[in-house]
Ligand binder design. Structure first.
Ligand SMILES: Cc1cc2nc3c(=O)[nH]c(=O)nc-3n(C[C@H](O)[C@H](O)[C@H](O)COP(=O)(O)O)c2cc1C
Length: 177
């Protein structure tokens, strides 16, 4: 079985989560771990499961402007800058990608630790776009939390592994995939 993980990350936290997801997914078969800016219309071709995630910016999915402002503050504040560049983001990939025929998918994000009413969640918009493009959402959108210092909260890597393991167990293995 093939898993494709498409992610966006300014400071590297969503990338760390994506790498944890990939580690578990490799136990189930092939994995393509692809940055949003490198993803194209054909990236999800042949996938049995697609996981799409990015950071929460201004309560939702990033835009080019928020990614650039994040990178600018990372430069000036010397925060842990991920290897991302202000290229294309998930919105751009969704614009590029056509419709799929029910491929299993799930959305994730990173966001600040706190009430989601205050922080918002990018994964809600990602999940909506997945459905709009014809994916079958097989798990509720999931957030992984970062501190005010922009580091993953302790235990979030383990939560990421548990989450994707549960996606495989409850939705794909049972379905015979
Ligand atoms: C421009 C900008 C806007 C942000 N807005 C929010 C927000 O509305 N809610 C939130 O929880 N976190 C917000 N954050 C914090 C990000 O969610 C956090 O930096 C991100 O999850 C870290 O992921 P990354 O390391 O993969 O970039 C924002 C960060 C930036 C740079």
């Amino acid at each position: 079985m093939k898993t494709v993980i498409i992610y966006e990350s300014v400071y590297g936290n969503t990338q760390l989560v994506a790498e944890e997801l990939a580690g578990v997914a490799r136990e189930h078969g092939d994995v393509d771990l692809v940055r949003a800016e490198e993803a194209g219309a054909g990236t999800v071709g042949g996938a049995d499961l697609v996981l799409v995630g990015g950071p929460t910016h201004l309560h939702g999915m990033s835009t080019r402007a928020t990614r650039q402002s994040g990178l600018a503050s990372a430069d000036t504040d010397d925060e842990p800058l991920g290897p991302d560049v202000p290229g294309a983001g998930l919105r751009d990939w969704f614009r590029l990608s056509g419709r799929v025929d029910g491929t299993a998918a799930a959305a994730f994000d990173t966001r600040l630790d706190g009430s989601e009413l205050l922080t918002g969640r990018a994964s809600v918009g990602i999940g909506r776009r997945l459905r709009h493009h014809g994916f079958t959402e097989v798990a509720a959108p999931r957030s992984f939390l970062v501190t005010l210092e922009n580091r993953l909260v302790s235990g979030e890597r383990e939560r990421a592994r548990e989450w994707v393991a549960s996606v495989f167990e409850s939705h794909l293995v049972d379905a015979g995939g």
